[in-house]
Design a protein around this ligand. Structure first.
Ligand code: GLN
Length: 560
């Protein structure tokens, strides 16, 4: 196994994840098989309990892993399917070490960070890197490891030490270290400053790791003199100093790396001769198409975490993939669901008016997943608006549950219809707690990962969008579901459950046949959307927004 380690210096939020996945794309374009590992030095066992407000979206994998959103970038960029073990956290490492300690595996020894924790990290990396993630057999050629955080953080020390040991055991020929850093420009003088990078490289070297390449983030392209200075002070050849300056969209980053011959430097360091020259035709085409799009479609995103757009990163990416397939630029209008509520008309009338104006100007409405009751009333109003005005609506997970509550209240007259999540006393429990495992424990009761949905009829929009297949496997992350005992009345009222799980008890997809596009899904189609291969549902949603869904469906009627 050949390892490419990507570390970060100076500040966080440099786009280390995008850089690391772009390195993967370039190596893949050279004919190599690539896998990846993300290390998050925080103490949480996984991202499942972390707030999207603070940390961005929780990405969900096929195997039910709740992981850092960077793994979403790897899956999308490299077109791979990762496992939960591809995300290493301090929590997971310590848990495994402590379990071993309790079992008595350490034979009466004092358990210490070095060697026990560092050994656990090394073993984890070595065993996960060989798991095939691209659908082929046998291990990949290269494993890109991204170390989260910034070099020098107390939390990342055991990982740095473990990686240093890994380098020592696999040898220089099998290890390439890329350090991502920032080159700021100070206003008055306008000079590109190398000192922060010098310091962070010095810090890395003091810990026993010397970077083979530098990836320097900057607003403008780096000057030759800046590169020379960096080379001299950081002990990295000029040819190995890469520059990632600001680009119009992130699909340019692999191209930027290729244009600077990053692949040659990496392949040389790794002593990999079997690689071919990089073929990035598709990427180039996609990046250029993206830049050239002029027409846009307005999408209202009515959610709870609208302050930080990373909270819905995969939804935004899935919208992008679908829009590009329709030669459109997505224009996402974020609406804080609570601003739509009646209370807000009194407390914050301006915000209320703006939110409603934005909603009315949008071509379609999306209510994404979420937890807790904040903004629920506003989401219900958005679903009602879309249903009554024939505006295309896509409800994902919570968004589907919202549409069921709204329908029960407005159409079936069940005024207090609700989800058990928001009102435990509701007389009309249309959405209820339906754990797959324990009914008494809250921990691990979430239904997570890939599950099968069977279409109940070929005669519905979603089955047609999924190319008339009989089933679809999508990823889930929820605790509550449509109450199976209420399905009869809801269907009599006109809401149709066109997708169910294999037991027939769990409602997976709903449609409103009297509406041009009113679709709710209990799963999260956004997690499997890929550049160039948009999620069928997102594509249908965007086509409906621009009035082209029918034409598309009749053209693709034979599953072509
Ligand atoms: N809170 C809802 C549930 O637990 C929806 C979850 C979601 O949207 N991911 O079922």
């Amino acid at each position: 196994m050949k390892y490419v380690l990507v570390t970060g210096g100076v500040v966080s939020g440099l786009g280390k994840g995008v850089t690391a996945s772009s390195v993967g794309v370039v190596l893949k374009a050279c004919g190599l098989r690539v896998t990846s590992i993300k290390i998050d030095p925080y103490l949480n066992r996984d991202a499942g309990t972390m707030s999207p407000f603070e940390h961005g979206e929780v990405f969900v994998l096929d195997d039910g892993g709740e992981v850092d959103l960077d793994l979403g970038n790897y899956e999308r960029f490299l077109d791979v399917t990762l496992t939960k073990d591809n995300n290493i956290t301090t929590g997971k490492i310590y848990q495994s070490v402590l379990e071993k300690e309790r079992r008595g595996d350490y034979l009466g020894k004092t358990v210490q960070v070095v060697p026990h924790v560092t050994d656990a990290i090394k073993n984890w990396i070595e065993s996960v890197s060989v798991i095939p993630v691209d659908g082929k057999e046998g291990p990949a050629d290269v494993c890109v490891i991204e170390l989260g955080g910034t070099v020098g953080d107390i939390e990342s020390m055991p990982f740095i030490e473990a990686l240093r040991q890994l380098l020592f055991s696999v040898g220089q020929d099998n290890f390439c270290l890329i350090h991502v850093s920032l080159i700021p420009v100070l206003g008055v003088v306008g000079e590109q400053k190398t000192k922060p990078t010098q310091h962070s490289v010095r810090e890395l070297r003091a810990l026993g790791l010397t970077p083979h390449l530098l990836a320097c983030r900057s607003a403008q392209p780096l000057l030759e003199t800046t590169k020379e200075k960096l080379s001299q002070f950081c002990h990295v050849p000029v040819g190995n100093i890469l520059n990632i300056h600001d680009v119009p969209n992130i699909w340019h980053v692999p191209l930027l790396l290729r244009n600077q011959n990053a692949h040659n430097s990496i392949l040389k360091q790794l002593n990999l001769s079997k690689a071919t020259p990089p073929d990035l035709q598709e990427w180039t085409k996609r990046a250029e198409i993206f830049d050239s799009l002029t027409n846009s479609v307005r999408i209202a995103m009515v959610g709870k975490y609208v302050g930080l757009t990373d909270s819905y990163l995969s939804v935004v990416k899935a919208l992008l993939h679908a829009c590009i397939a329709c030669s459109l630029k997505p224009s996402v209008d974020w609406i804080a669901a609570s601003d739509l509520e009646d209370d807000s008309a009194v407390l914050t009338p301006e915000a209320h008016a703006t939110a409603w104006k934005t909603l009315r100007n949008a071509a379609c409405v999306l209510v994404p997943g979420g937890f807790g009751d904040r903004g629920v009333k506003g989401m219900i109003l958005a679903a009602k608006y879309a249903r009554e005005n024939n505006v295309p609506y896509l409800g994902i997970c919570l968004g589907m549950q919202i549409s069921v509550i709204e329908f029960a209240r407005s159409v079936l007259g069940m005024e207090r219809a609700n989800s058990e999540e928001f009102d435990t006393q509701t007389p009309d429990r249309v959405v209820m707690f339906m754990p797959e495992g324990s009914t008494t424990h809250m921990g691990s009761t979430m239904r997570l990962g890939s599950r099968r949905t069977l279409f109940q009829t070929p005669d519905c929009i979603t089955a047609k969008l999924y190319h008339n297949s009989e089933y679809v496997d999508e990823r889930h992350r929820h605790r509550y579901e449509v109450n199976p005992h209420m399905v009869g009345v809801l269907e009599e009222g006109g809401l149709k459950f066109v997708g169910k799980d294999e037991s027939g008890q769990r409602m997976e997809i709903l449609e409103l046949p009297s509406h041009p596009f009113y679709v709710g899904v209990q799963f999260h189609p956004e997690f499997k959307s890929r550049p160039g291969r948009p999620s069928a549902l997102f594509l249908g949603f965007i086509l409906a927004a621009i009035g082209q869904l029918e034409a598309y469906l009749s053209q693709h009627q034979n599953g072509s």
